[in-house]
Design a protein around this ligand. Structure first.
Ligand code: PNS
Length: 175
Protein backbone atom coordinates (compact mmCIF):
# COMPACT_ATOMS: atom_id res chain seq x y z
CA UNK A 1 0.00 0.00 0.00
CA UNK A 2 1.39 3.42 -0.91
CA UNK A 3 2.21 5.83 1.89
CA UNK A 4 -0.62 8.20 0.92
CA UNK A 5 -3.17 5.36 0.86
CA UNK A 6 -1.95 4.15 4.22
CA UNK A 7 -2.45 7.55 5.83
CA UNK A 8 -5.91 7.81 4.22
CA UNK A 9 -6.89 4.42 5.60
CA UNK A 10 -5.43 5.02 9.03
CA UNK A 11 -8.07 4.97 11.69
CA UNK A 12 -7.44 8.07 13.72
CA UNK A 13 -9.50 9.36 16.63
CA UNK A 14 -9.49 12.36 18.89
CA UNK A 15 -9.98 11.87 22.62
CA UNK A 16 -10.83 15.30 24.04
CA UNK A 17 -11.15 16.39 27.64
CA UNK A 18 -10.07 18.72 30.41
CA UNK A 19 -7.79 16.05 31.95
CA UNK A 20 -7.41 18.12 35.12
CA UNK A 21 -5.72 15.79 35.94
CA UNK A 22 -5.73 12.63 33.82
CA UNK A 23 -7.01 9.61 35.82
CA UNK A 24 -6.64 5.85 35.43
CA UNK A 25 -10.12 5.91 33.90
CA UNK A 26 -8.87 8.12 31.05
CA UNK A 27 -5.78 5.94 30.64
CA UNK A 28 -8.02 2.86 30.44
CA UNK A 29 -10.18 4.44 27.73
CA UNK A 30 -7.09 5.40 25.69
CA UNK A 31 -5.68 1.88 25.92
CA UNK A 32 -9.02 0.41 24.88
CA UNK A 33 -9.29 2.97 22.09
CA UNK A 34 -5.90 1.91 20.73
CA UNK A 35 -7.30 -1.59 20.15
CA UNK A 36 -9.74 -0.03 17.68
CA UNK A 37 -7.87 2.98 16.28
CA UNK A 38 -4.36 3.20 14.84
CA UNK A 39 -3.74 6.63 16.30
CA UNK A 40 -5.30 8.69 19.05
CA UNK A 41 -4.84 12.42 19.45
CA UNK A 42 -5.41 13.33 23.09
CA UNK A 43 -6.86 16.83 22.92
CA UNK A 44 -6.43 18.85 26.10
CA UNK A 45 -8.98 21.63 26.50
CA UNK A 46 -7.37 24.99 26.96
CA UNK A 47 -10.21 26.87 28.57
CA UNK A 48 -9.22 29.29 31.33
CA UNK A 49 -12.93 29.87 32.07
CA UNK A 50 -13.02 26.38 33.57
CA UNK A 51 -10.25 27.49 35.97
CA UNK A 52 -8.29 24.24 35.91
CA UNK A 53 -6.00 23.33 38.81
CA UNK A 54 -3.19 22.45 36.40
CA UNK A 55 -2.02 24.66 33.54
CA UNK A 56 -2.48 23.34 30.02
CA UNK A 57 1.25 22.58 29.78
CA UNK A 58 1.21 20.70 33.12
CA UNK A 59 -1.75 18.60 31.99
CA UNK A 60 -0.07 17.88 28.65
CA UNK A 61 3.24 16.91 30.32
CA UNK A 62 1.53 14.49 32.71
CA UNK A 63 -0.20 12.74 29.80
CA UNK A 64 2.96 12.70 27.67
CA UNK A 65 4.86 11.05 30.49
CA UNK A 66 2.29 8.27 30.78
CA UNK A 67 2.34 7.54 27.05
CA UNK A 68 6.03 8.22 26.43
CA UNK A 69 6.57 4.66 25.13
CA UNK A 70 3.70 4.87 22.65
CA UNK A 71 4.21 6.02 19.08
CA UNK A 72 0.48 6.02 18.34
CA UNK A 73 -0.65 8.78 20.69
CA UNK A 74 -0.11 12.51 20.46
CA UNK A 75 -1.08 15.12 23.04
CA UNK A 76 -2.18 18.52 21.76
CA UNK A 77 -3.84 21.52 23.41
CA UNK A 78 -7.00 22.83 21.80
CA UNK A 79 -9.47 25.63 22.11
CA UNK A 80 -12.41 26.53 19.91
CA UNK A 81 -14.71 23.94 18.39
CA UNK A 82 -13.84 20.30 18.84
CA UNK A 83 -15.10 19.38 15.36
CA UNK A 84 -12.73 21.95 13.84
CA UNK A 85 -9.84 20.50 15.82
CA UNK A 86 -10.75 16.96 14.67
CA UNK A 87 -10.90 18.07 11.04
CA UNK A 88 -7.58 19.91 11.29
CA UNK A 89 -6.00 16.72 12.67
CA UNK A 90 -7.58 14.51 9.97
CA UNK A 91 -9.67 12.56 12.49
CA UNK A 92 -13.24 11.55 11.77
CA UNK A 93 -13.97 10.08 15.18
CA UNK A 94 -14.27 11.58 18.63
CA UNK A 95 -13.92 9.15 21.53
CA UNK A 96 -15.81 9.83 24.74
CA UNK A 97 -15.91 7.70 27.85
CA UNK A 98 -19.29 6.79 29.34
CA UNK A 99 -19.02 5.80 32.97
CA UNK A 100 -22.63 5.61 33.97
CA UNK A 101 -26.13 6.56 32.89
CA UNK A 102 -25.59 9.93 34.57
CA UNK A 103 -23.01 10.81 31.89
CA UNK A 104 -25.38 9.97 29.11
CA UNK A 105 -27.55 13.09 28.82
CA UNK A 106 -24.61 15.51 28.53
CA UNK A 107 -22.67 13.21 26.21
CA UNK A 108 -25.71 12.58 23.99
CA UNK A 109 -26.34 16.32 23.69
CA UNK A 110 -22.70 16.98 22.85
CA UNK A 111 -22.51 14.16 20.29
CA UNK A 112 -25.62 15.36 18.48
CA UNK A 113 -24.49 18.99 18.54
CA UNK A 114 -21.10 17.99 17.16
CA UNK A 115 -22.88 16.02 14.41
CA UNK A 116 -24.99 19.09 13.60
CA UNK A 117 -21.79 21.16 13.38
CA UNK A 118 -20.04 18.58 11.22
CA UNK A 119 -21.97 15.52 9.98
CA UNK A 120 -18.69 13.82 8.97
CA UNK A 121 -17.48 13.47 12.55
CA UNK A 122 -18.73 10.45 14.51
CA UNK A 123 -18.75 10.11 18.30
CA UNK A 124 -17.57 6.76 19.61
CA UNK A 125 -18.59 5.96 23.20
CA UNK A 126 -16.44 3.61 25.23
CA UNK A 127 -16.95 2.29 28.74
CA UNK A 128 -14.02 2.02 31.12
CA UNK A 129 -13.28 -0.91 33.38
CA UNK A 130 -16.01 -1.16 36.03
CA UNK A 131 -13.46 -0.28 38.71
CA UNK A 132 -13.19 3.22 37.20
CA UNK A 133 -16.90 3.84 36.71
CA UNK A 134 -17.03 6.06 39.81
CA UNK A 135 -13.81 7.92 39.08
CA UNK A 136 -13.54 11.57 38.01
CA UNK A 137 -10.82 14.24 37.99
CA UNK A 138 -12.89 16.36 40.38
CA UNK A 139 -13.20 13.54 42.91
CA UNK A 140 -9.46 12.87 42.64
CA UNK A 141 -8.70 16.50 43.55
CA UNK A 142 -11.17 16.44 46.42
CA UNK A 143 -9.86 13.16 47.83
CA UNK A 144 -6.30 14.44 47.59
CA UNK A 145 -7.09 17.71 49.35
CA UNK A 146 -8.84 15.83 52.13
CA UNK A 147 -5.88 13.52 52.63
CA UNK A 148 -7.44 10.39 51.10
CA UNK A 149 -5.58 7.64 49.28
CA UNK A 150 -5.28 7.89 45.49
CA UNK A 151 -3.93 4.36 44.99
CA UNK A 152 -5.33 2.82 41.78
CA UNK A 153 -7.07 6.07 40.87
CA UNK A 154 -4.31 8.03 39.12
CA UNK A 155 -0.90 7.19 37.66
CA UNK A 156 2.00 7.63 40.10
CA UNK A 157 3.35 10.70 38.22
CA UNK A 158 0.00 12.45 38.61
CA UNK A 159 -0.09 11.83 42.35
CA UNK A 160 3.41 13.31 42.57
CA UNK A 161 2.36 16.39 40.60
CA UNK A 162 -0.69 16.86 42.83
CA UNK A 163 1.60 16.81 45.85
CA UNK A 164 3.98 19.32 44.27
CA UNK A 165 1.13 21.59 43.23
CA UNK A 166 -0.29 21.79 46.72
CA UNK A 167 3.11 22.08 48.40
CA UNK A 168 4.24 24.97 46.19
CA UNK A 169 1.00 26.78 45.46
CA UNK A 170 -1.19 25.96 48.44
CA UNK A 171 1.30 25.36 51.28
CA UNK A 172 -1.20 26.54 53.87
CA UNK A 173 -3.13 23.30 53.32
CA UNK A 174 -0.15 21.54 54.92
CA UNK A 175 -0.71 18.23 53.09
O1 PNS B 1 -13.44 16.27 30.14
P1 PNS B 1 -14.56 17.21 29.81
O2 PNS B 1 -14.37 18.52 30.53
O3 PNS B 1 -15.90 16.60 30.05
O4 PNS B 1 -14.45 17.53 28.23
C1 PNS B 1 -15.37 18.41 27.62
C2 PNS B 1 -14.96 18.74 26.18
C3 PNS B 1 -13.55 19.26 26.13
C4 PNS B 1 -15.04 17.49 25.33
C5 PNS B 1 -15.99 19.78 25.65
O5 PNS B 1 -16.07 20.84 26.55
C6 PNS B 1 -15.62 20.33 24.26
O6 PNS B 1 -15.69 19.63 23.29
N1 PNS B 1 -15.23 21.61 24.21
C7 PNS B 1 -14.83 22.26 22.98
C8 PNS B 1 -15.83 23.32 22.54
C9 PNS B 1 -16.88 22.74 21.63
O7 PNS B 1 -16.61 22.17 20.59
N2 PNS B 1 -18.15 22.90 22.04
C10 PNS B 1 -19.28 22.35 21.35
C11 PNS B 1 -19.46 20.91 21.74
S1 PNS B 1 -21.10 20.46 21.66
Amino acid sequence: MSKSNKSQNEKKAVYPGSFDPITNGHVDIINRGLKVFDDIVIAVLENPKKKPLFTTQERISMIQEIFSDYDNTKVIAFDGLLVEFAKKNSAKVVIRGLRAISDFEYEFQMALMNRKLDPDIETFFMTPNLSYSFLSSNLVKEIFMLGGCLKDLVPKGVEKKLKEKFETEHPSLNL
